[in-house]
Ligand binder design. Sequence first.
Ligand code: GDP
Ligand code: MG
Length: 333
Amino acid sequence: MSRTPTPAPAPSPDGLEAMLARALGKEAAGPATGAPAAEPEQQRCGYVAIVGKPNVGKSTLLNALVGQKVSITSRKAQTTRHRITGIRTVGAAQFIFVDTPGFQTRHGNALNRSLNKTVLGAVTDVDLILFVVEAGRFSLPDAKVLSLLPPNVPVVLLANKLDQVHRRGELAPWLRSMQERHPFAEYVPMSAKAAKDIERLFGICEKYLPQQPWIHDAEELTDRSERFMAAEMVREKLFRLTGDELPYTSTVVIDRFEEEGQLRRIAATIVVERDGHKGMVIGDKGEKLKRIGTEARTELERLWGGKVFLELWVKVRSGWADDDARVRSFGYE
Ligand code: GDP
Ligand code: MG
């Protein structure tokens, strides 16, 4: 990727109030989305990393930005492991988004070391970083993530879940306190679940993308394979339907992926760490596993617009999260 460094204008305290006013809906939303063809010399294109501690809404944000489900979301922390890119072209600007798994600070095993490497790899070569926190909150894990960001890349403070802040008046002093923690390029209180906030965010981020021709087609949404999407979908249903019981070290491997016309035949294995976990996934008379399969299949069919035949297996692979070689064999970097 070629880089044209874009100067990051530092907002004045007045700018902060204006941002807050915009965020609270006192001003009109940003640019219209939809992509009128732009001349190559007017095009902007760049990489945007989405970072933050687990559960702040990174995957929700990415899906909203891309306008389609490319990353799984869950109430359970630690469900995103791969570096996922979503692509969205808005007007003359092409945003290539990088989702990250969140920094894992509690455990030091091989899997988590691999996760942290992926995160660091994702932020060193980007044009803009969206640092996601929950509006009005900032705790030690947030500070740890912030401390790992490279100093030469503009960082947007994305104060998410604004809809959950009931005392809006307390937000201005909080934003001011955030200004002391890092010279953020922008302060954006918003909700990843509000469509007009998402549009506004495109308008705010556009100027940080270097002027260069688009790398992808305007319609392209992800560079991930259908195979990968299938594994992500099963993983999302797995975590959603097992609640907090199942450790995040459980994973999904695609054993077979075949296309016959409009039909896709997929065989996948859910790999768990212990025998006890196997029971949780299978459920009473196989009920749970059946539901995971049905829900994943239904959503994949909607996504691809064709029939899906999905076969699920459960295997116990004890201790794999502590074994570097095994982690690699499952496709993590
Ligand atoms: P990640 O771990 O940072 O990727 O977080 P997720 O995207 O998986 O989201 C974690 C939880 O926060 C999910 O239950 C989301 O539905 C929820 N969430 C995300 N954004 C918002 C938001 O703007 N408002 C509210 N109320 N909830 C949100
Ligand atoms: Mg996530």
